[in-house]
Design a protein around this ligand. Structure first.
Ligand SMILES: [Zn+2]
Length: 309
């Protein structure tokens, strides 16, 4: 008999749900997704979540046990109550997502945390940071997200939003960010913002894939854009390490594959950041997770409750 967690990952373009066992493996056939999106109404978003959850639950074998649900949500979130206000889902502000999912699982516990925290949990549980205790898990993609594990425990903070490294300011930049601030890492180094910067320098492409192809073909501007992004990510990690003494940063997300040496470029930026050994010791590695990472991390909220503060 197998014990499963219902894992839910809510993002700006889709919501996914799946059953995940106690080894962090997704149950084949249980993974379902529905679109979300900036312009969706609150009712449309709720229906998308309920449909994905119900489809996943329908795959539960008759002889299996469902332990509860873990939800990773795009931020910001509102503490650990299960309420969310995702920046890229305008219809939901202080929306009770945890309650909505709990209504689908009467009598079972539901735990919700920021998606970046779930990534950090997944890296420690099943990814590139297994055995580590002072970890930043990161996604570099359309946005930049992150989460912290320090002393072997998740650091969520009083509002649940600790680890939002995408909204840490990077020295030398003042790009306007969607959060209202300037110079945020996400505004400088995300995939779309990196392409946008390249276009200001004469690059004619419009996507990260085109940027990757151009750089691989020797385009100097595309290469400079990739190095600019990696350097900014490295500076943010080094600054985070100066604050909380990180051992390792594990980086995933589509844009981290924009060049074969992107992770090495980030690592070099950390290594060259300062003369402080406790900063430059921070190892930068590629994520050890597949595309299942966000769901594995959400399931860790149930199966690895020992890591949650
Ligand atoms: Zn910001």
């Amino acid at each position: 008999m197998t014990d499963y967690a219902l894992a839910v990952d809510l993002g700006g373009t889709k919501v996914e749900a799946a059953l995940v066992d106690s080894t962090g493996t997704l149950f084949v056939g249980s993974r379902h997704r529905r679109p979300t999106g900036l312009t969706s109404t609150s009712d449309q978003l709720a229906a998308a979540v309920v449909d994905a959850v119900q489809d996943a639950l329908a795959a539960l074998p008759a002889d299996a046990t469902l332990l509860g649900a873990g939800i990773g949500s795009a931020g910001p979130i509102a503490g650990t109550t299960g309420d969310v206000s995702p920046l890229n889902l305008a219809a939901w502000r202080n929306y009770p997502l945890g309650t909505l999912v709990a209504e689908q699982l009467p009598g079972l516990a539901v735990t919700l945390r920021m998606d970046g925290i779930c990534i950090a949990l997944a890296e420690v549980w099943r990814g590139a940071a297994q055995g580590e205790t002072n970890v930043m898990g990161m996604i570099v993609s359309t946005g930049i997200g992150g989460g912290l594990i320090l002393g072997g425990r998740v650091i969520a903070g009083p509002t649940g939003n600790a680890g939002h490294i995408g909204h840490v300011a990077v020295a030398g930049h003042d790009d306007v960010c969607a959060c209202g601030a300037r110079g945020c890492l996400e505004a400088v180094a995300s995939g779309p913002r990196t392409v946008l910067w390249a276009r200001t320098q004469g690059f004619a492409g419009e996507t990260g894939e085109q940027l990757a192809a151009a750089a691989a073909g020797g385009d100097v501007v595309a290469r400079a854009a990739i190095e600019r992004s990696a350097t900014a990510v490295g500076r943010a990690i080094a600054s985070a390490s100066a604050l909380v003494d990180l051992d390792i940063a594990a980086i995933g997300g589509g844009f981290s594959h924009v060049s074969s040496d992107y992770i090495a470029l980030v690592g070099a930026a950390v290594a060259q950041h300062s003369d402080f050994g406790f900063v430059t010791k921070t190892r930068v590695v590629a994520s050890g997770l597949s595309g299942d990472g966000p769901l594995v991390g959400a399931a860790a909220l149930v199966h690895r409750a020992d890591l949650i503060g």
